[in-house]
Design a protein around this ligand. Structure first.
Ligand code: FCB
Length: 336
């Protein structure tokens, strides 16, 4: 990325707000959706949480984030200022402004400010990906399961920074379409990264058109009982050839992928409507609500009801936060 030298992250109003809050607390604050996720113990069990962690030498956030078993969802991380260190011992590497990290689920997280730097500010997005994003969630460079994207002339730092900020902005708003907008920006980030990664690779994998057609058929007919046989007929392949090619390009089986799509759709409906679970299960293609709940739980570790409750609690927290009186103006971060 080439334009980070002209960009000044210290002007970010969100960071100023975070510093202001940190100045008044000694540990993780209860119920503050902006600062609580920056401390250990926060439960990241929603579909998407985004933020910025401005680590300053000897500040309240100056510790290593240490999650030996990783997380349930994915994380994408953009260094915006200073230098970060990932891992320790022989696996150690550092990241600087413009570098991107991608942590798949269950991969060890161990990162913090590099000892030689005064700060490490990074933006991050925790997410449960849409199933069709799978082919983009793999970059060529990796270390101990963590993907790294750097030195890409393709990506503009200011574009990436703006997209990360927008994901956070939309993800905390409480109207029906905001989460979709957050997902839309995240999709742009992941697509841009996949494109940049591809340009860095010597060979390019092009997804077979018949597999793309199969994906389109499934996503446009989530409510219908489409199985491998029906999809295979539609794209003129035998069921076993379809299964083979699907796994090769998408990374999962056809039915698994269809179920993941249905669950994503169900999550969206649960968040924004009061539709009874029985009716919902039919809308997303399951005649048997108990079976639907089992599939849903397999993908999210929550029942549909619990997921709806969690989403409502999160939305209520956001509303409370918006009701808070705006904090008084403070000088820029550097002057504190
Ligand atoms: C915060 C970290 C950030 C990211 C999110 C999920 O506490 O500061 O790097 O790991 O958690």
């Amino acid at each position: 990325m080439d334009d980070h030298s002209t960009f000044d992250p210290s002007q970010d109003p969100q960071v100023r707000r975070i510093f202001r809050k940190l100045a008044f607390i000694s540990g993780p604050p209860d119920g503050d959706t902006q600062v609580a996720p920056l401390f250990p113990g926060f439960r990241f069990d929603l579909r998407l949480v985004a933020g910025i962690t401005p680590i300053e030498r000897d500040g309240a956030l100056d510790f290593f984030i240490d999650r030996p078993d990783g997380m349930k969802g994915w994380i994408i991380n953009l260094t915006v200022d200073g230098v970060g260190q990932v891992f320790d011992g022989a696996a150690t590497f550092t990241v600087k402004p413009g570098d991107l990290l991608l942590f798949p689920p269950d991969v060890r997280h161990y990162y913090g400010r590099a000892a030689e730097a005064d700060k490490w500010w990074h933006r991050w997005i925790y997410f449960q990906p849409r199933a069709f994003w799978r082919p983009w969630l793999e970059w060529e460079r990796q270390s101990d399961g963590v993907f790294l994207l750097r030195d890409s002339g393709e990506l503009q730092f200011s574009d990436m920074f703006r997209l990360f900020t927008e994901v956070e902005k939309w993800s905390v708003l409480d109207d029906n379409l905001s989460m979709d907008l957050a997902f839309n920006r995240l999709e742009q980030i992941l697509l841009s990264c996949a494109r940049a990664d591809r340009a860095l690779r010597s060979t390019t994998t092009v997804v077979d058109d018949r597999i793309l057609a199969a994906c389109t058929l499934i996503t446009e007919n989530l409510h219908k009982p489409l199985g491998v046989k029906e999809v295979a007929e539609h794209v003129c392949l035998s069921p076993s050839r379809l299964s083979h090619l699907f796994r090769k390009y998408v990374g999962t089986g056809v039915v698994q992928w269809r179920d993941a799509q249905r669950v994503q759709y169900a999550m969206q409906i649960l968040r924004i409507t009061n539709m009874p679970i029985k009716a919902l299960s039919q809308v997303v293609g399951y005649d048997d609500p108990l079976y639907f709940s089992r599939v849903f739980r397999k993908h999210t570790n929550l029942s549909p009801r619990a997921f709806r409750e969690r989403s409502m609690e999160a939305a209520a927290l956001v509303q409370d936060r918006e009701k808070e009186a705006p904090p008084p103006a403070v000088p820029p971060v550097g002057d504190a």
